[in-house]
Write a protein that binds this ligand. Structure first.
Ligand SMILES: C[S@@+](CC[C@H](N)C(=O)[O-])C[C@H]1O[C@@H](n2cnc3c(N)ncnc32)[C@H](O)[C@@H]1O
Length: 353
């Protein structure tokens, strides 16, 4: 079985929550990854969440988070996943192990050290971001400098921070090296970067980061604090994924039985599904070739309900979908203004007609 790539999702579920609030879907398909979006949309008003990931390791992770939500209080859940200190994660796992599906139990039997470490930190992506954050804090600017940015009171203060710290050759060179294709390839398989050149990610992040710091409040940007310090911002509104807030955790606990986890491709799952009101597709089209993209679209068309909505993100490239797809400009722009992860150049919300 493959490894876990994403312990946490680096996509802002404010986007999917906003669309769910507007569209009120009953049945949703959501890409699994680290599970944060699926758990954060599991509200009282929804009937079914189909959470799908072609990587069974991601599904084993989501199954374990699901079981832990059922078993533990929020504080114990945070300890178990590695957000706070804990010296009995192994015992906590044993309490739940029997309830996991066979494939997930088998996965965790082979990955006990990841349970001990805390499953919110065990992904390859998390290892990559720890490497980036530790390097930046050790060699470029330490925590005291970054805390000035997180405690900035307004955009003018953030802009002054930008001019002072983020225009220097030291910062720009460090980002380019740390986010180069060469560095990525130390952590990720090459197929993920076949269309990227050496400095695409570094240049992209520099411009995304500039936009974020100059134009949007940073104080609750937990994506940035995760990159720099591997922590959420518990003391701030929207400083953690919704399901990790006291209110969100109670809601997901109440609704956890509405969530179904499928270790398979979207295409395979949709072969047997229908009446889906919303498709929250992460950035899967960045991962698919033209044939894969076409097959996902044709399955979506076949499995959708009458007014079904679709969301997808694009990182470096953009995706053109078949003519039957109509982008909702207003909603797409609204979602782009909500997204704080800085990793996507475009978010598309729309419908197949
Ligand atoms: C598209 S990736 C991107 C990661 C994401 N941006 C994040 O921050 O977590 C998310 C997940 O999609 C899964 N995936 C990619 N293509 C898929 C497909 N056709 N069907 C099901 N899952 C897919 C991958 O295994 C991965 O775990």
């Amino acid at each position: 079985m493959s490894d876990i790539y994403f312990s946490q999702i680096r996509e802002d579920s404010l986007v999917e929550r906003e669309i769910s609030r507007i569209v009120r879907p009953q049945k949703v398909l959501v890409v699994g990854s680290g599970g944060c979006t699926a758990f954060s949309i599991l509200t009282d008003t929804i009937n079914q969440v189909l959470c799908v990931d072609v990587n069974p390791a991601q599904c084993a992770l989501i199954e374990l988070k699901k079981a832990a939500i059922q078993h533990f209080s929020l504080n114990d859940f945070l300890s178990f996943i590695g957000e706070t200190k804990c010296d009995n994660r192994g015992e906590m796992y044993e309490e739940m192990a029997e309830e996991l599906p066979e494939y997930a139990r088998h996965f965790w039997k082979l990955h006990r050290s990841e349970i001990e470490m805390g499953i919110n930190h065990c992904g390859i992506n998390e290892r990559f971001y720890r490497f980036i954050g530790e390097n930046i804090c050790r060699n470029v600017y330490d925590e005291t400098v970054w805390n000035q940015l997180f405690s900035a009171k307004n955009l003018a203060e953030q802009q002054r921070f930008y001019e002072e710290y983020l225009t220097t050759a030291q910062w720009r060179t460090a980002v380019k090296i740390l986010l180069s294709k060469t560095t990525h390839l130390q952590f990720f398989p090459s197929f993920m970067f076949k269309n990227a050149s050496e400095h695409d990610f570094g240049n992209f992040f520099l411009s995304q980061f500039e936009k974020e710091v100059k134009t949007r409040p940073i104080h609750n940007n937990y994506f940035l604090s995760q990159i720099l310090f591997s922590t959420y911002l518990y003391d701030h509104v929207e400083g953690v994924p919704f399901y990790l807030t006291p209110e969100g955790y109670e809601e997901v606990k109440r609704n956890i039985d509405k969530m179904f986890i499928y270790p398979m491709s979207i295409q395979n799952l949709l072969e047997k599904e229908n009446s889906i009101d919303a498709f929250y597709l992460s950035n899967v089209f960045d991962w698919a070739d033209e044939k894969g993209k076409a097959s996902i679209c044709s399955r979506v068309i076949q499995a959708k309900s009458a007014n079904s909505v679709l969301i997808f993100r694009n990182m470096l490239s953009t995706s053109i979908l078949p003519d039957r797809f109509i982008r909702d400009e207003e909603l797409s722009l609204r979602c782009e203004t909500l997204e704080r992860s800085m990793l996507y150049q475009k978010i598309t919300v729309g419908q197949f007609v």
